[in-house]
Design a protein around this ligand. Sequence first.
Ligand SMILES: [Mg+2]
Length: 389
Amino acid sequence: MKITDIKTYVVKVSDRSSPWPWLFVEVETDEGITGLGEATDTHAAPALITAFETIKPMIVGVDPANIEEIWQRIFHTFSNINGRGFTSHLVSAIDIALWDIRGKALGQPVYQLLGGPVRDRVPLYTHIQDQRQASGPQDAYDRTKQVIAEGFTAIKTDPFNLQRRSGSDHWGADKIELLSPAAIREAVDWMDAVRDAAGPDAELMVDAHARFDTASAIAAGRALEHVNLVWYEEPVPPQNHEALRQVRENTNIPLCMGERHFTRYDYVPLFENRLVDYVMPDILWTGGISEMKRIGSMAEAYYVRIAPHDAMGPVSIVSGFHCSMTMPNLYRLECLHTWFDDFSKILDPMFKYEGDCILPSDEPGLGIALNHEVLEQYIVDPESFLRFG
Ligand SMILES: [Mg+2]
């Protein structure tokens, strides 16, 4: 079998799901088997489409079973930009598509090719709307009650309202946020309402979206300790691990990092310096199914749990599901369960889910495919979604 082409599709189904369009990648072969991947990012779609055209000569004509060799080939070709960002996005989408092709060629689900299942379903956690998009603690309480009633027991939210930040006149140059005492109090009120609605046994997480200065991150972490969180996510930006160490040494709250850490190499200092209690690689950005498995094994050796990040399109959650079926140190797979309706409009078959779990099927490969008959109506121009500042 030989790879013959790479095709890209930029798709926006509705405003009820992702605010940015999904970038799907299909790898075609001379035997009629097509592999599905995804490279969705908030801003990078136009540049990534060009990048996929750039790497075509590198992989057209190659046997798609050579998943590792192709991973290494793309990664090292762009070693002068350190194999991160655009490179790891390219690697991820192609890797996922090649695993899909391999599964279809062998008539096996991908999780069976990754060592086989260690569980019979994959538990999920979901979100309530972040505070900056909602109206206050009563809203948090009501939304949490709704999600609990839908069968979820693990919930993440961002309780920090950036509109109330103090002391800065942002022109966009400084993206490190300063949290005022009022903003921290609002965050605590928000999380107290979530805990009140969810009950004492619900598993709650707070996402800081990697945007606070170190002192704000520490102050907010301390103020939230009583909520008994599973984790406090990306309290500081990912570039400076000494800042993360400072948060760790000055708070009593489990920490999670990873959606902005790309490839196994970015995880080495997190593990070696015991900076995190959970890791959350994004399968579309960190290096695909192959790399998620490797990072999962690294985490296992440090007795750290893994919880794949997911905030993109359906290939993201489904490829994360296949890894999660096989990783013994899984915590939960992230989802935005309210997006599943939009997923089902463009997939045939759709993945199977029940309550707060995704269920395996015997479908070969990823077990999902784009429905090209309906996809046409959702194709959009990625340039029109660019928002900067
Ligand atoms: Mg996050």
